[in-house]
Design a protein around this ligand. Structure first.
Ligand code: NDP
Length: 398
């Protein structure tokens, strides 16, 4: 009997729960738990299956997590709460002998820093306990690493230039909204840019490097180099890479709002006193912005995320390669009630969990996704709603 606990009932958690429930031969029992049980109940109700139950937990508290794990005895916890909870959940997993998967690396709440060092420090503990931890198993990070591993396994003898390109060409009809948790999203996109070249990390001002890139079925969209966490593990796991960058599209309207938000101090993570109580501006902002979970209803257009890679093929000849998925906001909403950004994150998290439960990705220790065999994961992407396409020897534009 396989039992998973999904922690988090936001946009991503909702998709993970729907997709696990669609695969009952792998996920026999599913528990959805988060701080607010009513949100979990609403997700379970929308799925309407007796093997989906709910519970409540504050995942900042190791004792509460331990109680939850002891009560339900899951094989695996799928952490789709916020990155702040990664370490407490990993601690509770070690205490109770539970395997672990997440979609975003740990960051301390008082410091917007995206690094794997905190979670990589758990490697030995997980190894000794015979437990598997799979890090960063959404789309990016996640599928971006699996695509890279697939390219290395099947097409390249040496990958030299890696550009991960993430385009959201959807329109939700709001003046400003973020596609996943606003606090995490704004912390990510307002930080300095950073990319890897010739063994060094090069820092840029936020959004300093940009140019239009063409996306399949979408066309040209202005794309900006930002720092993204999977670059850190990919350049270590593929040492032939000379340059690795991450590009994301932003509309002018979005960037203007972001600039105003920053200029007036609303993106700050420093607590301030307001009418006698301490508040954190970005957390207050989150409370007034549209909930990403509610965006799906009126969302049109699609996302396109992929890897553009060049280097030497298996015979040593120059090769350029582009592997990508396009995902429709409308289709994602029709299937799960969530928009494509939640969908493209939640589906890979479910597939990663499936890989673990089938024994294909079970390896004691703490691992990034590219350390596992990409083939069975790629096969499931095609079956579970995120089909991928490959193009060879084209102009990669980067
Ligand atoms: P939401 O804000 O919509 O949902 C977060 C959920 O986590 C809520 O249900 C919330 O419950 C719960 N939660 C927050 N704090 C706690 C806590 N202390 N204890 C228990 N539950 C808690 O976020 P999203 O669904 O949009 O995003 C989820 C995760 O996915 C984030 O970590 C994000 O970084 C990641 N992500 C990864 C991507 C990828 O491609 N790899 C892309 C997009 C997102 P409540 O409201 O009741 O507190």
């Amino acid at each position: 009997m396989n039992k998973v606990i999904i922690i988090g009932a936001g946009g991503v958690g909702t998709v993970v729960a729907h997709k696990c429930a669609q695969n009952p031969e792998v996920f026999n029992e599913i528990v959805i738990a988060s701080r607010t049980k009513s949100k979990c109940d609403a997700v379970a109700k929308s799925i309407g299956k007796s093997n989906v139950t709910t519970d409540s937990v504050d995942a900042d508290s190791v004792p509460q997590l331990v109680e939850l794990f002891k009560k339900h005895r899951p094989n695996l916890v799928i952490n789709v709460a916020l990155p702040y909870q990664d370490l407490t959940i990993m601690d509770a997993c070690l205490e109770c002998g539970v395997n672990y998967l997440d979609t975003a690396n740990y960051e301390p709440i008082d410091e917007a820093k995206f690094e794997y060092k905190w979670q990589w420090a758990y490697r030995e503990k997980f190894e000794k306990a015979g437990l598997t931890a799979i890090l960063g198993c959404g789309f990016d990070p996640g599928v971006s690493g699996v695509y890279t591993a697939y390219a290395a396994k099947h097409h390249f003898s040496a990958m030299e230039f890696l550009d991960i390109v993430d385009c959201n060409a959807g329109d939700h009809g709001k003046a400003f909204a973020t596609n996943f948790n606003p606090e995490i999203n704004i912390r990510e996109v307002t930080q300095k840019g950073r990319y890897y070249e010739k063994g060094q990390w090069i820092e840029t001002e936020p959004h300093e490097i940009h140019k239009p890139l063409n996306y399949p079925n979408i066309g040209a969209k202005e794309s900006y180099v930002i720092y993204h966490e999977e670059l850190e593990s990919l350049v270590i796991n593929y040492p032939t890479i000379k340059r690795a960058r991450f590009w994301m599209t932003f509309g002018q309207e979005y960037l203007t709002h972001l600039r105003v938000i920053q200029n007036i101090g609303m993106a700050s993570i420093e607590p301030i006193m307001y009418e006698g109580r301490e508040i954190v501006p970005i957390q207050f902002l989150k409370a007034v912005l549209p909930n990403p979970k509610e965006l799906g209803n009126n969302y049109h257009g699609e996302t396109s995320i992929g890897c553009r890679i060049s280097g030497r093929d298996k015979e040593g000849k120059l090769l350029t390669y582009y592997v990508y998925n396009n995902c429709s906001h409308e289709a994602a909403f029709k299937e799960t009630g969530m928009q494509a950004v939640s969908y493209t994150t939640g589906v890979p998290a479910m597939i990663g969990a499936m890989m673990f439960l089938k024994g294909l990705w079970a390896k004691p220790g703490v691992h990034n996704v590219e350390e596992f065999d990409p083939d069975p994961f790629m096969e499931q992407l095609n079956k579970q709603g995120l089909p991928w396409h490959e193009v060879f020897n084209i102009d990669l534009e980067v």
